[in-house]
Ligand binder design. Structure first.
Ligand SMILES: Cc1cc2nc3c(=O)[nH]c(=O)nc-3n(C[C@H](O)[C@H](O)[C@H](O)COP(=O)(O)O)c2cc1C
Length: 229
C-alpha cells in the first residue's frame, strides 16, 4: 500500500474539529484527496484483520440518480426495509440525548416542535444527501452480526477523521440504510452484501444554518468506570 498522504493536522485537532455537516457546496473532492482519505481509512483495525467493510462511493451522475430514487421513496412513503435490525425508539437517558440533539439541529433550522411540515422537509434533506457531491455506503456481509459491525464503525470514524484532516466535511447517515435495494442495484452488489449506513461528504457550505449545530457530550464520569480493586 502507498504511504498515506498525511496532511498537517494533529489527531487531537481532527477529533475536535469533526462534526456532522448538513449542507455542502457543489464542489467535488479532487481524486488525489479522495484517494488519500480512503487509503488512510484502510489502516482501521478489525477483528483478526478481516477488514469486513465494503464501501461504495457514489459521485456525479450516479449520486444524482441515487438521490432522486431515495427522495422518490421518501415522498411516496415507501416503508423502509433495512438489512440489519435497528433501534426504532430510544428510551430513558438515550431518549433525552436524542431529543437534545434534535432540538439543537431544529433550533438552528428555526423549526418549531409542532411544525410538522418543517420537520418533514428537514427529514427529506437526509435523502437529498444534504446536497453533498459524494455519498459513501458502508456495507458488510449480511451474515455478520453486531460484533463485526463494530469493525465497520471503527472504520467509519477513521474515515471521517481522515476526511476532517483533509478539510472534507461529512455526516454519518443511518437514514440511508432504509432502501438497501437502491444501493445494491446502483453498484451491482451481491444480494449478500448488506448496507449498514451512509456517509455523505464534501466541502461545507458555511451559509447553511444547520451547520451551526453543535452537540454536547456527557462527562467522562457518566460514560466510563475506572476501577483498580
Ligand atoms: C451511525 C450514525 C448514523 C447517523 N445518522 C444520521 C442521520 O441519518 N441523519 C443525520 O442528520 N445525522 C445522523 N447522524 C449524525 C448524528 O446526529 C451526530 O453524529 C450526533 O448528533 C453528534 O453530533 P456531531 O457528529 O456533530 O458531533 C448519525 C451519526 C452516526 C454515528
Amino acid at each position: 500500500m502507498n504511504k498515506p498522504n498525511t496532511p498537517p493536522m494533529s489527531l487531537a485537532d481532527a477529533i475536535n474539529h469533526r462534526r456532522s455537516v448538513r449542507g455542502f457546496l457543489p464542489k467535488a473532492v479532487p481524486a488525489e484527496i479522495m484517494n488519500a482519505i480512503f487509503e488512510q481509512a484502510q489502516m482501521a483495525p478489525s477483528n483478526c484483520n478481516t477488514q469486513p467493510w465494503h464501501v461504495v462511493v457514489a459521485s456525479g451522475n450516479l449520486r444524482t440518480a441515487l438521490r432522486d430514487k431515495f427522495v422518490e421513496r421518501a415522498k411516496s412513503g415507501t416503508p423502509s426495509k433495512p438489512d440489519f435490525s435497528y433501534v426504532s425508539r430510544f428510551e430513558g437517558v438515550y431518549r433525552g440525548r436524542q431529543v437534545e440533539c434534535a432540538a439543537a439541529l431544529y433550533g438552528e433550522m428555526a423549526i418549531a416542535r409542532d411544525d410538522t411540515v418543517g420537520r418533514n422537509r428537514a427529514a427529506l434533506r437526509n435523502f437529498e444527501f444534504f446536497d453533498a457531491p459524494h455519498v459513501a455506503f458502508l456495507c458488510m456481509d449480511r451474515s455478520f452480526g453486531a460484533t463485526i459491525a463494530v469493525d465497520v464503525g471503527i472504520y467509519a470514524q477513521t474515515l471521517m477523521l481522515s476526511m476532517t484532516a483533509h478539510g472534507v466535511s461529512s455526516c454519518a447517515m443511518g437514514s440511508l440504510r432504509s432502501h438497501p435495494d437502491l444501493v445494491r442495484d446502483a453498484f451491482d452488489l451481491d444480494e449478500n452484501m448488506g448496507i449498514l449506513f451512509g456517509i455523505c461528504f464534501g466541502y461545507e457550505d458555511p451559509e447553511v444554518p444547520a451547520n451551526n449545530t453543535r452537540t454536547s457530550r456527557v462527562p467522562v464520569s457518566d460514560a466510563v468506570t475506572f476501577k483498580d480493586h
